[in-house]
Design a protein around this ligand. Structure first.
Ligand code: NFS
Ligand code: SF4
Length: 628
């Protein structure tokens, strides 16, 4: 058996793997060991888009064979890649759609338990879409905004509304290529159509639709999701939070909320505050109710309300092994089916809440946004009852780390500029004068095929050491939070220029922006940097780079592609779903940059990832004439 220390650098998860082995409970790490990936599928060199196949091509000699229909390796890998982007985009846009449903309910008055919490953001978003705001009530503006944002999904012709935020030159590139998204539904539909048997069989043309679909995610579905979440639940501002499994409390009713739609945890917070439920917990012998987030759901409420967070994707089973979790409740995305089994082993109540995502063996308590507390009250009652009947040995890892999170792009603007001249000028100035070399987004999942957290942490350390400011989202943010790098004190690990800026402003060198849909906040930062001036005219001119070192989800591929199409050099780690030595590879990894986009990069080792990113940033600095 592989040693836990070789599986993960997360100490709590290591402890839980040891315990799981003692308890005879299988975790996904164990299956990752015993199930080797198929070498052909690993390079995406197979096609099963029709029943003449499946056709498997030779990854060692990719042009030696074609599919039965004649599809070449480039067609096959491009189509497979396109379908990953379609699936990832669908996930983010459907999540955004759920937020839009909620917003519509609030605007129409049919949803009473939520309200517009941030009318300032509402006005800003409306103004960014040229919706008149002067002398109008919040509700009037909200009604117009709803209609405008709905077009992000449903529009069949024209340009999605939020492209108004894209720097002019970047948008010009998209127009020239004919890839400005019309509406997300149309782009996803067309992507699926074009990748079906016998349709688009030119990898360059397929790539155009891949970009168009991905852009409908980044500047569409994800951005709408972030904006509406901020409007309804508040725009994040820095907050100190505790993370890691040590946030579980043995003498409390522990409830973990894992998934992606913020509404579940927002409603849980209200229920957990109810005096009668608190009393019920006390009557059961507990000191109180302890709400804890995981994955992106957790990041949403950590950023907004400082709710503690127990860990990232690779720790969602491990945390159950503690025996201290009375209920785990989930909604959509990144929820491993085997959580049901592990919950059963530890008698943890496992509850699905979304009609889209039921799991065999789980209890289903549906969340209805018109009456959300009915669902969350019931979850708490079930958790209290598990607490009362706890009969498993409990072993909670003692590790906890404190950090500052909740950096929205609005707050970054305010914080950098101070109250007198809020704006991105200070960031741009510090990049131009060389104190900050550039900026990097380090984001994305963890993956049992890659030592958990290791690449995230080593990469970020290397970047900040080289004076590169790091922004983060998703499971990556949690890796760095656990490692203690989201505190202002971490500036000690930064290079002298970055450290000076961090100390002056009082920020960590690693800024957590929230969940994966909040990668849209990174796009907004990039757009602001271009508009502020001095760093070129397009996003592709900026000295920035992105990385998802331990990615696993199709959503990550969609995100990577929208960053590439927006102009960012984007490095992925540990594996990449295309066949090496193909024209399609060359297209993604080299040629796109020549058309005014960014491009993809790949490396397995975090120091090598950093080297690629720094080299790109230095090249951009040189092009801008700010290398000294
Ligand atoms: Ni992002 Fe959130 Fe994590 Fe990966 Fe999954 S939780 S949306 S996909 S695993 S970062
Ligand atoms: Fe094979 Fe072509 Fe059918 Fe794909 S579409 S399975 S390559 S015959």
């Amino acid at each position: 058996l592989i040693r836990p220390e070789d599986i993960t650098t997360c100490d709590s998860t290591q402890q839980m793997i040891h315990k799981a082995r003692k308890d005879g409970v299988e975790l996904f790490f164990d299956r990752a060991e015993s199930m080797r990936p198929c070498p052909i599928g690993n390079e995406s060199a197979c096609c099963k888009h029709c029943s003449m196949g499946p056709c498997r091509l030779n990854t060692k000699d990719p042009y030696s064979r074609v599919g039965i229909c004649g599809a070449t390796i480039d067609t096959i890998v491009a189509r497979n890649f396109g379908r990953m982007v379609a699936a990832g985009t669908a996930a983010h846009t459907d999540h955004g759609m759920a937020m839009l449903d909620l917003f519509r309910g609030v605007v129409e008055g049919t949803v009473k338990d939520f309200e517009i919490k941030d009318p300032i953001k509402l006005r800003e978003v409306a103004e960014s879409l040229d919706i008149p705001t002067e002398d109008r009530t919040t509700l009037e503006i909200a009604k117009d905004l709803y209609k405008a944002l709905e077009l992000t999904y449903t529009q069949v012709d024209g340009e999605i509304p939020l492209v108004k935020r894209v720097p002019a030159k970047t948008l010009e590139t998209w127009r020239q290529e004919g890839i400005v998204p019309r509406g997300a539904m149309r782009e996803i539909m067309e992507m699926m159509h074009r990748t079906a048997m016998g349709v688009d069989q030119d990898y360059e043309n397929i790539t155009k639709q891949i970009s168009r679909t991905a852009l409908a995610d980044g500047w569409g579905g994800s951005m709408v999701s972030t904006d509406i979440s901020d409007i309804l639940f508040g725009t994040p501002s820095p907050v100190e939070v505790e993370v890691d499994m040590g946030v579980l409390k043995e003498d409390h009713v522990n409830i973990i909320v894992h998934g992606h739609e913020p509404i579940l945890l927002e409603a849980m917070i209200v229920s957990a505050g109810s005096p009668s439920l608190k009393q019920m917990a006390v009557d059961a012998g507990a000191k109180g109710i302890n709400l804890v987030g995981m994955c992106c759901s957790g990041l949403d409420v950590l950023s907004r309300h400082g709710i503690p967070h127990a860990g990232n994707f690779s720790s969602t089973e491990a945390v159950l092994v503690s025996g201290a979790v009375d209920a785990m409740t989930v909604d959509i995305q990144c929820i491993k089916q085997d959580l049901a089994k592990v919950c059963e082993c530890y008698e943890t109540v496992f509850i699905t809440t979304n009609y889209r995502a039921k799991i065999e063996g789980a209890m289903h308590v549906e969340m209805d946004e018109h009456n959300p507390l009915e669902c969350t009250d019931e979850i708490i009652i079930k958790a209290i009852s598990r607490y009362k009947h706890r009969n498993k040995a409990i072993q909670i890892p003692r590790r906890k780390a404190k950090g500052i999170h909740g950096f929205s792009h609005e707050y970054i603007k305010y914080m950098l500029g101070g109250s007198f001249r809020s704006g991105y000028e200070p960031l741009n100035e510090n990049i131009i004068n060389g104190r900050i070399r550039g900026a990097a987004g380090v984001v994305g999942c963890t993956n049992p095929r890659s030592k958990q957290d290791f690449s995230h942490v080593e990469l970020v350390k290397e970047l900040i050491k080289n004076d590169i400011l790091v922004v983060q989202t998703g499971c990556s943010q949690m890796a760095l939070a656990k490692a203690g790098l989201t505190t202002p004190g971490a500036a000690a690990l930064a290079g002298p220029g970055l450290a000076e800026v961090c100390e002056t402003v009082g920020i960590p060198p690693v800024l957590g922006l929230g969940a994966c849909v909040d990668n849209s906040r990174i796009l907004m930062i990039l757009a602001e940097m271009v508009k502020t001036g001095g760093l070129g005219e397009a996003i592709a001119d900026l000295p920035v780079a992105g990385c998802a070192p331990e990615w696993m989800s199709e959503k990550a591929i969609a995100i990577g592609q929208y960053f590439v199409a927006s102009g960012v050099f984007t490095v992925f780690g540990h594996t990449f779903p295309i066949t090496k030595g193909t024209k399609f590879e060359k297209h993604l990894f080299e040629e796109l940059a020549g058309k005014g986009f960014g491009k993809w990069g790949f490396a397995s080792d975090p120091i090598e990832m950093a080297r690629l990113m720094i080299a790109h940033i230095d090249r951009k600095r040189k092009d801008l004439g700010i290398d000294k």
